[in-house]
Design a protein around this ligand. Structure first.
Ligand SMILES: Cc1ncc(COP(=O)(O)O)c(C=O)c1O
Length: 387
């Protein structure tokens, strides 16, 4: 894949040289590397990057360069993408709903061996497409915890009482049976993972055989303004300590599917202020563009920095409401943002921590869309972050 990308030493240079009129999304390679290394060294098991959280090929390449070898894919298109960018990576088809024929193609063409089901009917469908004796099939269990934003147990996941039957059926098919759950996204309390594992225990105790693989899903959060979360280490300990007590096979392994924790910190969005009306700013990106995630419960703002002609603006700050450029009445960012009190049209803002659930999912509604992604090369350059 041609991943050619423009290079700038830092955002100041980008703004000084170009005063970009359209949004520019900036990748900070050293931040992606650090995020990957922190997760790979801390998580007590196999790390599968959740591609959906940021499928940009350069991001996939940077995470892979830092050591990520396993990729949680939600579609055949994501599997094909990973195959192109990271040819020797291991792909996992981790969704219970697939386009007809895609599981077969994933296995035949891309050597995918890991699949997910959450119902007996889904299992029979899957078995028409794959060879069970080459496959691991996860039964996805519905678990939720009150500390998680975005409940991932309502659309997918078998009820815990249905899971033993599903696991027995997987095993009877000739495939290796395994168990997966997702406690949610932006999980604000590591206890949520202990809860998921304790529900898992009650299921394992009902089985006539032992499982080798337990997938504790994604959900590891990042801090945003007004949304401060525990450190990753606290989540890693919760997973390690609780999984260690499970009755599993001797060669057991735990899998995790982090999306946001890996993809959020290394990307920023540089946008221009188009109009100021008192404390209301209108910018060239919005809720139908890079900020669409803010429609979902959870963090309501991103860390931000302001620039005039490429220099940071250092005036006193005040609260602003930020609006996108479209005519839609919902195109307003939910959180108020502290910015210099003299900010105005032609100034630029850099929003940090923007890499998760942003690039994939933006639309060209009203004709506003930017696909300009650049690389920031200076290892001393850092995007705005939450202290
Ligand atoms: C099955 C699955 N795995 C992993 C993730 C990644 O979650 P997060 O980005 O919160 O780590 C998601 C998010 O929707 C998911 O649905």
């Amino acid at each position: 894949m041609n991943c050619e990308v423009e290079l700038f030493s830092d955002v100041e240079t980008l703004i000084r040289e170009e005063r970009p009129r359209h949004p520019v999304y900036c990748i900070y390679p050293h931040i992606y590397r650090d995020a990957a290394i922190e997760f790979l060294t801390g998580f007590p098991g196999r790390v599968l990057y959740a591609v959906k959280s940021n499928p940009d090929p350069r991001v996939l390449g940077l995470l892979s360069d830092a050591g990520v070898r396993h990729f949680d894919c939600a579609s055949l298109a994501e599997i094909e993408l990973v195959d192109t960018v990271v040819p020797n990576a291991k792909k996992y088809f981790m969704t219970p709903v697939r386009i007809r024929g895609d599981a077969a193609t994933a296995q035949k063409k891309h050597d995918v061996r890991h699949f997910v089901v959450d119902h007996l009917s889904g299992l029979s469908q899957l078995l028409t497409e794959i060879e069970p004796d080459r496959s691991v099939i996860f039964a996805r269990m519905a678990v939720h915890h009150e500390s998680a934003f975005e409940d991932l147990s309502t659309r997918f996941g078998a009820l815990p009482e249905q899971v033993p039957e599903l696991l027995e059926a997987i095993r009877d098919s000739g495939a290796e049976a395994a168990l997966a759950f997702n406690v949610g996204s932006s999980v604000t309390d590591p206890e949520a993972y202990r809860h998921g594992v304790s529900v898992t225990r009650s299921i394992l105790e009902q089985l006539s055989f032992r499982l080798r693989l337990i997938d504790v899903g994604g959900g590891y959060p990042k801090s945003y303004p007004g949304f401060i979360v525990p450190t990753l280490d606290e989540y890693f300990s919760a997973v390690a300590e609780s999984v260690a007590t499970l009755p599993l096979a001797d060669n057991a392994e735990v899998l995790g599917e982090p999306g946001r924790a890996l993809s959020a910190p290394g990307m920023s969005a540089v946008v221009e202020v188009l109009l100021r009306k008192d404390n209301r700013l209108y910018i060239n990106d919005g809720m139908f563009g890079i900020f669409w995630l803010l429609r979902i419960d959870g963090p309501d703002a991103f860390p931000v920095r302001a620039y005039r002609s490429g220099e940071p603006i250092l005036s006193e700050t005040m609260e602003f409401q930020i609006n996108g450029p479209t005519c839609d009445s919902t195109d307003t960012l939910p959180g108020l943002v502290q910015l210099p009190d003299d900010i105005g049209p032609g100034d630029h803002l850099e929003f940090g921590n923007i890499g998760a659930y942003s690039i994939g999912g933006r639309t060209d509604y009203n004709g506003y869309y930017s696909d300009r992604i650049v690389l920031i090369t200076s290892p001393d350059a850092n995007p705005p972050t939450v202290p």
